[in-house]
Design a protein around this ligand. Structure first.
Ligand code: ATP
Length: 515
C-alpha cells in the first residue's frame, strides 16, 4: 500500500479510452494509487469484516476522462455495492481526485484480460427465479424482506416468515410435496433419499449431508421443499429451515453490517434440519466461512443437512475448498430429465390441480399424451407447455392436436423457446454487461462495448430466424459482414473460453425465460 503519495489520474490520453481487442484501460499507476487510498479509507470506516465481504474482490478496471470503473466478479456484489456504498466511494474518490466525474461499478466479465482483474471467477448473475409465478417459493426468491431496512439486492431473496419455529427460513410453496412429485427412473434414488430424510426421526440421520444436483427445472426445489414440508409434519417441535443460498448470504451480510452476526449465529445453532437450495450462488469469503462453520456444527452434532445445486459439489468452483469438501463428504445424487411417462404423469397432475380450482376444465388424455411427446425437456418446460394450453383453451375451447402442435412449435424448438425478439436480446445483454442499449448500437469501439455487442449479435443469430443483413440493420445499420464476423468470433472464443461459454449459456437462459 502506497498511501501518502499524491496521485493524479491522467484523463487526457485518448488511447486510454478507445480500446482494442485484448487491451485494458487501467488509468495507469496513478489510478491504482487513488484506488488503494480509497480502499484504506473504506476499510477504516467500515471495519475489516464488512470491507472484506464487499470490497475484497473489487478491482480498478478503468480510470479515464473523469470516469472511474471498479469491477467486481458478480452482479450480486455490484448490486449490493450500488445500493449501499456507491455514494461513499464516489465521495472518497472525488476527495482524492477532484476532476473525477463519476465512479461506477461493473461486473468483471466486461473487463476481461486486465492485469488488475481477478483470475477467472464465475460471473454468473444470481439467477432470476423461474419458479411458477404466484407461489410462495417465488416470493421467497424475489421479494424484499419485510422486517429489514436494508434494501435487498435484486433477485437476492425473500420475505422472511416463520416456518414452524424458525425465523430464518424462506416460505414454502404448498404445492411442492412428495405427493405431487413425479417419481421415475431419472430421479428415483434422489426421491427415496429425500423421503428417508424427511421421515427419519431427529438425531437419527442417515445421509449427511444429502446433496442433490441436476440441471435446471428438474425438480430440485420441489423435492427440497417437499422434504421441509414432510419433516415439519413428522417432527413436531423440531426446527426445520429451508432457505436459498442467496438468502443465506443476504442474512449474513445484513447481520455483519448491523453488528448482529453473533445473534444470528446463535439463532442458527439449534436447527434440526437445514435445507439449502441453489448452493451454486453462495459467494464471498467471509460468508462461506460462516456457512462452513454452520454446517460443520450441524453435521458434528448429527443434525441433518440437505443441499441442492445445479452441478456436483466438486464442480462448484466458486466455493472454498473446505466447503466443497464438507459437501462431498455425504451422499451425492443426481437427477436427470424426465422420460415420456413421467412427463405425462406431470401433465396429469397439473390437470388435476387445475380442475380442483375449476372443475369445468377439460383436456383430453390424447392431448396430454401429445404434449408429453412434443415437449422433451424438463419439468419446467412441461409445466410451461401445460400453462400455455390451459391459457389458450380459455378462449379457444376446441383446441385440436394440430392447433396445439402449431402453438408448441412457436414455443419450443429443441427445448428452447422460439419467438425471441432482437430488442429483448439487446436489452438483456446490455443490462448484463452494464452498458446502455444506445452504446450497444453505437459505433464506439471500446472493449467494454465491443464484447457485449458481439455477444448480442451472436445470440440474435442463434436464437432468432433473422438473416445477417436484418440483424445488421437492427444493430445500428451495420453491414452483414460485421455481423458474420461477430458470430464467428464469439463461436470461436466460446469453444476455448469456458467462462465466456458459461456467460452465453446464462444469457440464453435469461432470454428464454423472459419470453
Ligand atoms: N419430478 C417432478 N414432478 C413434478 N413436478 C416437477 C418434477 N420436476 C420438476 N417439476 C416441476 O417443474 C417446475 C420446475 O421445478 P424446480 O423449480 O423444482 O426445478 P429446479 O431443479 O429447482 O430448477 P432450478 O435449477 O432452475 O432451480 C416446478 O413447477 C416443479 O414442480
Amino acid at each position: 500500500m502506497q498511501s501518502g503519495v499524491a496521485a493524479r489520474i491522467d484523463y487526457s490520453h485518448p488511447a486510454q479510452i478507445e480500446l482494442h481487442e485484448g487491451q485494458m484501460d487501467i488509468g495507469g499507476g496513478a489510478g491504482e494509487l487513488v484506488f488503494e487510498r480509497v480502499k484504506v479509507q473504506l476499510r477504516t470506516r467500515l471495519g475489516a469484516e464488512v470491507f472484506n465481504s464487499w470490497f475484497g474482490r473489487m478491482k480498478l478496471a478503468e480510470a479515464s476522462r473523469g470516469i472511474v470503473r471498479l469491477s467486481v466478479p458478480t452482479a450480486f456484489l455490484r448490486s449490493w455495492i450500488n445500493n449501499h456504498y456507491i455514494k461513499t466511494i464516489d465521495e472518497l474518490w472525488k476527495a482524492e481526485e477532484p476532476s473525477t466525474l463519476k465512479v461506477e461499478v461493473i461486473v468483471r466479465s466486461a473487463t476481461r484480460s486486465t492485469s488488475a482483474a481477478a483470475p477467472a471467477e464465475t460471473t454468473k448473475e444470481p439467477r432470476r427465479s423461474t419458479k411458477s409465478t404466484g407461489s410462495a417459493a417465488t416470493a421467497a426468491k424475489s421479494s424484499a424482506p419485510a422486517n429489514s431496512s436494508a434494501p435487498l439486492p435484486r433477485n437476492a431473496a425473500p420475505v422472511e416468515i416463520e416456518a414452524r419455529g424458525s425465523s430464518v427460513g424462506s416460505p414454502l410453496d404448498h404445492r411442492y410435496t412428495f405427493e405431487s412429485f413425479v417419481e421415475g427412473p431419472s430421479n428415483r434414488v434422489a426421491f427415496a433419499a429425500a423421503k428417508a430424510v424427511a421421515e427419519t426421526a431427529p438425531n437419527a440421520v442417515r445421509f449427511n449431508p444429502l446433496y442433490i444436483h441436476s440441471s435446471v427445472g428438474l425438480g430440485k426445489t420441489h423435492l427440497l421443499q417437499a422434504i421441509a414440508a414432510e419433516a415439519i409434519r413428522n417432527r413436531p417441535g423440531s426446527r426445520v429451515v429451508y432457505l436459498t443460498a442467496e438468502y443465506f448470504m443476504w442474512r449474513f451480510a445484513s447481520a455483519i453490517r448491523d453488528n448482529s452476526a453473533l445473534a444470528l449465529k446463535e439463532h442458527l445453532r439449534d436447527i434440526d434440519l437445514l435445507i439449502i437450495d441453489d448452493m451454486q450462488f453462495l459467494q464471498g469469503k467471509s460468508i462461506q466461512h460462516e456457512f462452513c462453520h454452520l454446517i460443520n456444527m450441524l453435521l458434528d452434532s448429527a443434525k441433518q443437512v440437505v443441499v441442492a445445486a445445479d452441478r456436483p459439489a466438486a464442480d462448484l468452483e466458486s466455493l472454498e475448498p473446505r466447503v466443497r469438501s464438507r459437501l462431498t463428504g455425504g451422499v451425492s445424487l443426481e437427477m436427470a430429465a424426465p422420460d415420456f411417462s413421467m412427463r405425462l404423469s406431470m401433465l396429469r397432475g397439473r390437470l388435476l390441480a387445475a380442475q380442483a380450482e375449476d372443475p369445468t376444465i377439460e383436456i383430453s388424455d390424447e392431448i396430454l399424451n401429445h404434449i408429453a411427446h412434443a415437449v422433451p425437456g424438463s419439468g419446467r418446460e412441461v409445466e410451461g407447455a401445460f400453462n400455455q394450453v390451459l391459457f389458450r383453451r380459455s378462449f379457444e375451447p376446441q383446441l385440436d392436436i394440430e392447433r396445439i402442435d402449431e402453438m408448441l412449435a412457436h414455443i419450443f424448438r429443441s427445448g428452447e423457446p422460439k419467438r425471441v425478439r432482437i430488442e429483448e436480446i439487446q436489452r438483456i445483454v446490455a443490462r448484463h454487461y452494464n452498458v446502455s442499449k444506445t452504446e450497444l448500437l453505437s459505433n464506439r469501439r471500446t472493449r467494454t462495448i465491443v464484447k457485449p455487442r458481439q455477444v448480442a449479435m451472436y445470440l440474435s443469430k442463434v436464437l432468432t430466424p433473422r438473416s445477417l443483413p436484418e440483424i445488421g440493420r437492427r444493430f445500428g445499420g451495420r453491414d452483414h459482414t460485421t455481423v458474420l464476423h461477430a458470430v464467428r468470433k464469439i463461436e470461436d472464443l466460446s469453444t476455448s473460453d469456458t467462462k465466456l461459454a458459461q456467460e452465453i449459456e446464462f444469457l440464453r437462459r435469461l432470454i428464454n425465460e423472459a419470453q
